[in-house]
Design a binder for this molecule. Structure first.
Ligand code: TRP
Length: 457
């Protein structure tokens, strides 16, 4: 390529401008409802501290290696998830891993937009004051009223889809990214405040014990699979989001270092959410195993028990809605970019078609607590099935292939070149440790956990 052509390509392809910007943008995709809604509800339903410890181990041995693998594939090829594989392995079937990622993005969004819908609805409820109560009966009934209404569940999901579509079409992702960057620290501070209130409630100690003192006696293969699924979901890995993000990384970015920082910050947000929720669960007599409703019935009670709680609660749900929006944008971008680049559709058309398809598929999740409550597949409602299938099967299988690709297909030499920024970084030890993990440990672990979690072995 001539120098002029190279310059042109560099201008045409958008990228992250600063090294700190890379970290906050990547963190913006990772931090979302996974921290504030999913981590607490799964921890509560799976026995507390033992689950948290297994989740930490999965994050280190599975989530992080897959994240580094995806980022380095993306930066090396500077392409979307499907094209990236086609560039590294021309005329082979590896691009199917990227294609499966597009499907995963749809299925995750189908239920994610409904949880975001509850958060959006709660902003209004918090303003109206209807959920200001420390009684489990009152806050449970408020949540039940929302999810059992087919109209409210559907309309709020459409509001979320319209909101995300407008941002994607307007292409103001820079604006929302800048906004996310400024507001995430606020969410962080608010979580600390709620955490302190929760910890100082009478009877809070039991909740802290639940979160920190492990009891491994109830751990099964199924529990480990759920913890591993969460580690994929949390770091947005296993379906190509991080390949796409890696393609925007600077050449001088330290990929292993960045991934580790993002992982640690993300864990911190999850733990803060756990500290905000579990002491209150025990103090007010809620059930830790309430499932997906946990956040929506406990958090109002914590706010109701503190001065200016009604104001803080409104701010809390607005910040959660913003965190969810950042994560949804990174998911939405996957099918939209594909339809745009591959089929040549305009961004407007690609976005509208994606949103309409999501309104259709997503309605099955939206109606899971009302019209479709009795409709079950494999013993699960559509909402639970979409949630389970994506985190616990599609993302792990995607991650397995990504690690096999990096460990067995790509080869150590090229990988070392790419991860050391063509020899500019002295990180040989880290790269070797990463390579051994991604080549052997991660695939073996994912394989065993998948089979045992699904009851095959
Ligand atoms: N990580 C986000 C959260 O915790 C959700 C998310 C965004 C995601 N992009 C993803 C999950 C890609 C899996 C794959 O809320």
């Amino acid at each position: 390529m001539s120098i002029a052509a190279k310059g042109k390509a560099a201008i045409a392809r958008d990228g992250f401008a600063t090294r700190l910007g890379v970290i906050t943008a990547t963190l913006g995709s990772a931090v979302g409802l996974g921290n504030i809604w999913k981590f607490p509800y799964l921890t509560g339903a799976n026995g507390g501290a033992a689950f948290v410890i297994i989740y930490l181990a999965c994050t280190l041995l599975v989530g992080l290696p897959v994240m580094i693998s995806e980022l380095v594939i993306g930066r090396k090829t500077r392409a979307n998830a499907i094209t990236a594989f086609q560039k590294l392995a021309p005329r082979q079937v590896w691009w199917l891993v990227g294609a499966a990622g597009v499907l995963s993005a749809f299925l995750i969004l189908a239920f994610y937009t409904e949880v975001a819908a509850w958060v959006f609805a709660y902003v209004l409820k918090a303003i109206g004051g209807g959920i200001l109560s420390t009684s489990p009966e009152v806050t449970s009934a408020a949540f039940g009223g929302l999810v059992s209404s087919p109209i409210q569940s559907l309309v709020w999901q459409w509001v979320v889809l319209a909101w995300v579509s407008i941002i994607i079409i307007a292409g103001v992702s820079k604006g929302i990214e800048a906004m996310t960057k400024r507001l995430l620290p606020l969410l962080f501070i608010l979580l600390i405040i709620v955490g302190i209130r929760s910890l100082t409630l009478p009877g809070a100690g039991e909740g802290l014990t639940f979160l920190l003192k492990p009891d491994f006696s109830k751990v099964t293969g199924a529990t480990v699979l759920v913890a591993m699924g969460l580690s994929f979901f949390k770091l947005s890995v296993g379906m190509g989001t991080m390949i796409t993000y890696g393609s925007y990384f600077r050449d001088d970015q330290n990929i292993p270092g960045t991934a580790t920082r993002v992982m640690l910050a993300d864990l911190l947000v999850s733990m803060l959410a756990g500290i905000a929720i579990f002491p209150a669960v025990f103090a007010f007599g809620f059930q830790p195993a309430a499932g997906p409703s946990l956040l929506f019935i406990t958090i109002p009670a914590v706010f109701s028990s503190m001065p200016l709680g009604s104001v803080f609660m409104v701010i809390f749900f607005i910040l959660t809605a913003i965190a969810a929006t950042g994560a949804m944008l990174s998911l939405f971008e996957v099918p939209v970019a594909y339809l745009n680049e591959r089929l040549g559709w305009s961004r407007l058309k690609a976005t509208l078609v994606t949103a309409i398809a999501l309104a259709v598929i997503g309605s099955t999740a939206a109606l899971s607590n009302s019209l479709l409550a009795e409709f079950k597949l494999f013993g699960m409602t559509m909402f639970d099935l979409l949630d389970y299938l994506t985190s616990n099967i599609l993302l792990p299988v995607g991650g397995l292939f990504i690690c096999i690709f990096v460990g067995w297909k790509w080869g150590f030499k090229e990988l070392k070149q790419a991860l050391s920024n063509e020899g500019k970084l002295e990180n040989g030890g880290i790269v070797r440790a990463f390579f051994a993990t991604a080549k052997i440990i991660t695939p073996v672990l994912v394989f065993i956990v998948l089979l045992s979690g699904l009851g095959v072995i």
